[in-house]
Design a protein around this ligand. Structure first.
Ligand code: FE2
Length: 362
């Protein structure tokens, strides 16, 4: 069971393509507590793109924009708004991984190539996934630079918010495409179907969605895939697809070991979260049973709780962090549960629908 056919080690970094990388970097530092550690742009001899690399715990986030209005990045931003472009995996052997995924039916974006600077070489290749999102594979054996070749050290320390690493990353795909993309992760990347939810589990009076959680064998890399299901009104997935102009990453879940501290900090930093009705906390003790946390500490912050056979989890979702109602973040603390908060979906979706209605999109 521990076999990992592609030897995917972990998520090396997540890259967003944005309209203004410098201001995005500022936002992720000030709001989410990432520290900046590397830069690539005009001053480093890069004429086309500008990137900042940020880190918190083991999570590395890169924000990139373009100086060239005709570039692929500028076109991408014009079409989708700011969004996640690349979920990049660290692998031990890029060429072997690439050969394997191509054999398994991947669509190539870039064959294996070397990125080089005075600090050494990084090998990289890229394939397509849903929408215009891609997966890169990098191996940086022996590379000594601060991030990737071309980047220089550019440190802006920020007090962190206790975020440890990426927990999971969710893709929204078009109606009828969930199965296609679940099979893609199965066949191409060797992932397993971990959990499947259908509209009977995830629905409100108005809207519904279906979701399959794909995971590598170590459960270190988890990608739930959502598609809209028929409902009385427009689902949040449809709203996303409409505003993102297609499939893309819906949310990035970040793990913390102290959600009360993390969420308090993020609220102080101005991050806006989804709120749940007070009745949620009245029903909570009956629904999840005893937990270590004091409910009176969770309620003012709006933190949600869910339990399964293995334990429980605490979670909370931000409002969209982009201009468009597209990408948002989840803060999650796990106390034994390997789930995704299924028991919260109804309360949560009703909360999301209230926000959607305010935007005139329900
Ligand atoms: Fe999630």
């Amino acid at each position: 069971m521990s076999e990992n056919p592609l030897r995917l080690r972990k998520i090396h970094h997540v890259e967003m393509w944005v309209g203004n990388a410098r201001q995005a970097a500022y936002f992720y530092r000030q709001a989410f507590g990432f520290s900046q550690f590397a830069y690539r742009g005009l001053e480093t001899g890069e004429r086309d793109t500008i990137s900042f690399a940020l880190r918190q715990g083991q999570a590395v986030l890169v924000v990139t924009s373009s100086y060239d209005p005709e570039s692929d990045i500028s076109r991408h931003v014009q079409l989708h708004g700011d969004g996640v472009k690349d979920i990049c995996f660290h692998v031990s052997d890029v060429d072997a991984t690439y050969a394997r995924v191509m054999e398994n039916g991947a669509v190539s974006v870039a064959e294996p190539y070397d990125m080089e600077d005075e600090n050494g070489t990084v090998r990289r290749a890229t394939i397509e996934t849903y929408g215009e999102t891609v997966h890169s594979f990098v191996s940086d054996k022996g590379y000594n630079g601060p991030f990737l070749p071309g980047f220089v050290e550019d440190v802006v320390e920020t007090e962190d918010a206790g975020l440890l690493r990426f927990d999971h990353m969710v893709g929204n795909v078009e109606l009828g495409k969930m199965e296609t993309w679940a099979s893609f992760y199965e066949k191409v990347l060797g992932f397993k179907r971990y959990i499947h939810f259908d509209e009977s589990q995830i629905s409100t009076e108005y809207s519904a969605l279906m979701s399959i959680v794909m995971s590598d064998n170590s459960y270190a890399i988890k990608f739930p895939i959502n598609e809209p299901a028929a409902g009385l009104k427009k689902s949040q997935i449809e709203e996303y697809l409409e505003f993102y102009r297609g499939a893309g990453v819906q949310h990035i879940a970040m793990l913390t070991k102290d959600i009360v501290k993390t969420v308090s900090r993020l609220i102080d930093n101005g991050v806006k979260f989804i709120t749940v009705p007070e009745t949620y906390y009245e029903e909570l003790p009956n629904r999840v049973g005893p937990i270590e946390e004091d409910v009176s500490a969770l309620q003012p912050l709006g933190i949600l709780v869910d339990r399964d056979d293995e334990g429980y989890l605490l979670q909370l979702f931000t409002q969209p962090v982009m201009d468009r109602p597209t990408l948002f973040f989840e803060i999650i603390q796990r106390k034994g549960s390997k789930g995704f908060g299924e028991g919260n979906f109804k309360a949560l979706f009703e909360a999301i629908e209230r926000e959607q209605a305010k935007r005139g999109n329900l």
